[in-house]
Design a protein around this ligand. Sequence first.
Ligand code: SF4
Length: 295
Amino acid sequence: MTYQFSTGEELILLCAEHNITMAEAMIRAEMQSSELSREDIVDEMRKNLYVMRESIDEGITSRQLTMTGQLGGDAELLTRYAPKAIMGEHMAQVVAAALAVTEVNASMGKIVAAPTAGASGILPAVLIVCGDKKGFTDKQLIDGLFAAGAVGMIIASRASISGAEGGCQAETGTAAAMAAAALAELCGASPKIALTAAAIALKNIMGLVCDPVAGLVECPCIKRNAIGAANAVLSCDMALAGITSLIPFDEVVLAMRSVGRLMHPDLRETAKAGLAATPTALNIAKTLQNPSLDA
Ligand code: SF4
């Protein structure tokens, strides 16, 4: 009996056949391919959860200046502002947590790449902050990470999770899709509805280019994680409300791959176009290359 899957449709069928969740399907697939025990696999994911939580706490409670000193402290600012936030305090806390993790990443702190370091804020922010609100246990959150892993694995094998290959849609878009699906499953959604959440999240960010200022994972990456986290929560809520995606998840993934391939190389992490080519960005890049110009 095989628990391997490479498309959303296969995952849905596998879950239906064995009456299991996406998280359980991912655990069984991992046990089969790695030949590790369930205990070892779950323990490893528990460690990831703890690192994710620590990175949120670190980013929110202390001002994280990025390596270049150009950015940082936004997580702290938004956390203080959250009670007055027009988007609501809870959503502001989710977004602040996403900022926190990516600020920690940009200051060379410890994070979990989920699926990449550049997009590391979205999944922890959504699962942990929404999990706190919903009262999810660590065991549930670990299941959420496995469900997210199932979605990330499909996108990685069918399209890409790399900004250099598919633009920012492939990085922060994948992270948002993973988070939306995982949160939906933790809220009791079927795999089909969870993948609808993932499809909506990925569609919302289709076409987003990768244009890091000075080639560094700071601007616009940190704020794109903020938007990615909000996107994931919104997409999850839409799917849970019964809103469907006209284009199914698997087709959205292939469309994202095709958009990535059509994207000019200057817009795929080379820092030659988009925000990276603005006068301000070029000045920053010049100053970083030659700090004596920063007078
Ligand atoms: S802009 Fe590029 S480097 Fe930054 S998060 Fe997006 S894909 Fe990653």
